[in-house]
Design a protein around this ligand. Structure first.
Ligand SMILES: CC(C)(COP(=O)(O)OP(=O)(O)OC[C@H]1O[C@@H](n2cnc3c(N)ncnc32)[C@H](O)[C@@H]1OP(=O)(O)O)[C@@H](O)C(=O)NCCC(=O)NCCS
Length: 148
């Protein structure tokens, strides 16, 4: 790849990463919690996978499947009756795969201030009609960075 092609590719990736950033806000109602009256871990993982999936889809505009989830750290409990914001960012662009970091921030409903509570990384692979991997960066206008 020539330096010019590399520069265009880097610019395309930067534009797609910016467009892919995803925020999802949820209320922690009783049907999402466990017997400790905190957010159930499996529920948190489901929300994180979904938010990461949306970010990866916005990046690639291709059909994606989750291929792995890396270590997920639960560093702060999320009480029932709080509000959480999930924030997903593309952190690695491979040939056919993407890595997405998701952070969950918790806030009290009746007091200002947020705290990071959970962090994890999810990997996705773009697949074609035959269910085999396809390049994540095909099909974009290199000048505008938009899908064709
Ligand atoms: C996703 C799938 C098509 C990949 O097939 P595969 O034969 O492993 O593909 P490859 O070995 O060619 O790898 C393709 C890419 O995935 C990456 N990859 C494969 N396994 C991975 C893993 N466990 N973790 C992270 N990345 C992985 C490879 O590094 C490669 O990335 P790159 O092209 O960016 O370098 C296949 O594993 C699959 O169908 N898995 C089931 C997915 C699923 O059902 N998910 C749950 C429902 S959404």
């Amino acid at each position: 790849m020539s330096p010019q092609q590399q520069r265009l590719r880097d610019e395309l990736i930067a534009k797609r990463i910016a467009a892919a950033k995803t925020h999802v806000v949820k209320a922690v109602f009783p049907f999402t919690t466990n017997h400790h009256e905190t957010l159930f871990g499996g529920q948190a993982l489901s929300w994180m996978d979904e938010t990461a999936f949306i970010a990866a889809t916005r990046f690639s505009r291709k059909s994606l499947v989750t291929v792995s989830s890396d270590k997920v750290d639960f560093t702060h409990p999320i009480p029932e009756g709080s509000v959480v914001e999930l924030v997903a960012d593309i952190i690695h662009v491979g040939r056919t795969s993407l890595k997405v970091e998701v952070n969950i921030f918790v806030e009290d409903m009746y007091r200002d201030g947020v705290q990071k509570a959970i962090t994890g990384v999810f990997s996705f692979v773009a697949i074609g009609d035959d269910k085999r991997p396809i390049p994540v960066l095909d099909g974009f206008d290199e000048e505008t960075g938009l899908s064709n």
